[in-house]
Design a protein around this ligand. Structure first.
Ligand SMILES: [Fe+2]
Length: 503
């Protein structure tokens, strides 16, 4: 057996959980020695468990499931994956019912994953890692996976795994098994991928999504997600090239997009010489555009320009006296893109930190009336979803507290947007935290009436845990240990009254 074939065999077995990850790492060479790598490395088990190792007490009125999704591998059939976004989707569901916690976790068995497992080799390129070239396959464009590993939502009776690079992937909420690619009952065109960050308005029951058309006639296509499970097209806004548009904001009357000057070089991609990450270009001399559209599909787009900046995620937004006030996370330059691509490197580059920024838009003058900058090293903004589109008091973010490892969050920060100041928890040595999810206790309570759920990873125990914290005090109600290692991942959502099949 050649060294390469041995590597393929080892990594394939490792991805299925048949080999200890330390053994896989030895076969591929030394892995980076930092918390972000340990917390995001390949999942070591799939299955279902009733969790009983609990500090504190799980609130009995927490009733539903926290679903989260992650890139589930740091290597694939003998190839170390380079980018933070690489890896087959690994979905987890923590179900809470009368104080009992059931956990179910599994790789999403997409056709591409199954094809690679059957072949015993990496066939498809990842976002930032090319599949090895083979002498027996003709030269041509790289083949990419549609990886639903960025976010997971519950819509129209099913889970949708989302990636922004393709159509959603339908997943069974009880078993987490793969169902199908999802085109919203035929209403999502073939060459329009779907965002990883659709928005929901709990007051009206409306939902909105979008995608940037691939191919000629590139446009931002915006949809309302109808109760019958279909999409209704609201806007089609032409774009000069394939722009990366990762998130949007919702106000009472508008949809707002903060669009960085980042485009995919499609010619480079189709030439078959570059991954998507390598074909991403940041244009320093171009503005970051704030695009404002009406929610009802009427009117012309309003565009307000700001200096070039990188942006992935936004917080909340609201309207007041004809103005829109929004919170977003901005970082100067293309350092964030460089950092994500360096995930598997020995050392991460030093880059400018992302920070919370509040912008007040004057729609009539098409200008930014006010710009105020908040805390640094913040990402993954969330808020009480009952306050979507309102002047909410609190914004939650995850803070990176390790100077040479900004890919991992160590603290949860609550920003008081009315009174000023912050409160933070976390900072335990060797512990990483994932994005928080606010779960309201009731449909009509105030912003402190709920829980904050936080998935985390502990180095000493080499184990993931889930924290339940009181949203009013940030105090720990319960920390539930899983006895497993799962990659931490990026996003997730709580679904009331829906549960994984119990152990
Ligand atoms: Fe995201």
């Amino acid at each position: 057996m050649t060294r390469r074939r041995f590597g393929h065999l080892v990594a394939g077995l490792g991805a299925l959980g048949f080999l200890e990850p330390q053994f896989v790492a030895r076969a591929l060479g030394p892995a980076p020695d930092r918390l972000s790598w340990r917390a995001f490395r390949t999942a070591t088990a799939e299955g279902h468990w009733q969790l009983t190792d609990i500090e504190g007490e799980v609130p009995r009125d927490l009733h539903g499931t926290l679903y989260r999704v992650a890139p589930g591998q740091s290597e694939n059939h003998g190839v170390r994956l380079r980018h933070f976004f690489d890896g087959d989707a690994f979905v987890s569901g923590f179900s809470f019912r009368e104080g009992r916690v059931d956990l179910r976790s599994a790789f999403v068995a997409t056709p591409e994953r199954e094809e690679e497992l059957a072949a015993g080799r990496m066939i498809y390129s990842e976002f930032g890692t090319a599949a090895p070239k083979r002498e027996d396959s003709p030269a041509g464009p790289l083949r990419f996976k549609n990886q639903p590993n960025v976010n997971v939502i519950h819509y129209d009776g099913r889970l949708l795994g989302l990636s922004e690079g393709g159509h959603p992937t339908a997943i069974d909420p009880a078993t987490l098994s793969y169902q199908d690619r999802w085109n919203f009952k035929g209403s999502l065109p073939l060459f329009v991928p779907f965002t990883a960050h659709p928005k929901f308005d709990p007051k009206t029951g409306e939902a909105f999504g979008y995608g940037v058309t691939q191919g000629p006639g590139t446009a931002l296509t915006v949809f309302r997600m109808e109760p019958d499970g279909k999409l209704h097209k609201l806007h089609q806004v032409p774009q000069a090239g394939y722009h990366m548009i990762h998130d949007m904001l919702l106000t009472t009357n508008h949809l707002v997009f903060v669009i960085p000057p980042v485009r995919i070089d499609m010619a480079m991609l189709f030439a078959g010489e570059a991954t998507v990450a390598e074909a991403l270009r940041y244009f320093e001399s171009e503005p970051t555009r704030i695009l404002v559209l009406r929610r009802d599909g009427s009117g012309e787009p309003i565009v307000i320009e700001q200096p070039a900046t990188m942006v992935f995620h936004n917080g909340n937004a609201y309207e007041q006296d004809g103005r829109i006030v929004l919170d977003t996370i901005l970082s100067p330059g293309d350092g964030a893109l460089e950092l994500l691509h360096a995930h598997a490197s020995d050392r991460l580059p030093e880059v400018a930190p992302p920070r919370v920024v509040r912008l007040e838009l004057n729609l009539e003058k098409r200008s930014v009336a006010l710009r105020s900058e908040g805390e640094e090293e913040q990402e993954f903004p969330r808020f009480d979803s009952r306050r979507s589109g309102e002047n909410a008091r609190y914004l939650y973010t995850m803070e990176s507290g390790i100077r040479d490892d900004p890919l991992v969050a160590t603290h949860l920060v609550r920003h008081d947007l009315h009174e000023g100041g912050t409160a933070r928890i976390g900072g335990t040595e060797g512990r990483a935290l994932g994005e928080t999810v606010f779960v309201p206790r009731a449909s009509d309570g105030d912003e402190t009436d709920g829980w904050l759920l936080l998935q985390g990873y502990d180095t000493e125990r080499d184990e993931n845990f889930l924290e339940i914290r009181d949203a009013g005090t940030l105090d720990l109600a319960a920390r539930v240990w899983t006895a497993q290692h799962f990659p931490l991942g990026f996003h997730g959502n709580f679904v009331p009254d829906v549960f994984v099949a119990s152990a």
